[in-house]
Write a protein of this length. Structure first.
Length: 165
């Protein structure tokens, strides 16, 4: 039976049938679930994310993390909408150590227009604070970075002294 005939027999449109087939095919990727029938729920949740955000690498990463039990609630897949729109959070999610919660921490706030020196310094501080400690450990002892930090520290100390009066 062809697609059109199958859709007609079921009393649905071909488009609805295609969606059901997509969900079924995607559900076969979720093999590590305690209840195999739950794979349909996971596939439906994942299909709820915008198609432009669901690249093959994202689908692979989600299936792998679900099968490894690193994502344990199908409702958590809704958070991918935020994560996949942010390049830093998306890159972290797709990495081996990335998961939904750690990726959400990397989602940047919508850019706020900075209007003065205080806002600029606050922005710099906020950007530095978002670096994960694991990344900072990799930079430990980097002489160029240490020189840059010392220059920044000197500038901030001089600025504080100039504005203190």
């Amino acid at each position: 039976v062809g697609r059109a005939s199958a859709a007609n027999i079921l009393g649905i449109t071909v488009r609805e049938l295609d969606k059901l087939v997509d969900v079924y095919q995607l559900s076969s990727r979720f093999t590590g679930l305690p209840e195999p029938a739950a794979a349909i729920t996971w596939a439906r949740e994942l299909n709820g994310v915008a198609k432009k955000l669901l690249t093959p690498s994202v689908v692979d990463a989600v299936a792998k993390k679900v099968n490894e039990k690193r994502i344990t609630n199908s409702k958590d897949l809704r958070k991918l909408r935020q994560i996949l729109r942010d390049p830093v959070a998306k890159r972290h999610f797709l990495s081996r150590e990335g998961d939904i919660d750690s990726s959400l921490l990397r989602v940047s706030e919508p850019e706020v227009r900075r209007t003065g020196l205080g806002d600029d310094i606050a922005g710099i501080t906020e950007a530095i604070s978002k670096y994960p400690w694991t990344e900072l450990q990799k930079l430990k002892g980097d002489p160029e970075l240490l020189k840059t930090i010392e220059r920044a520290q000197d500038v901030l100390v001089n600025l504080r002294d100039a504005l203190k009066q």
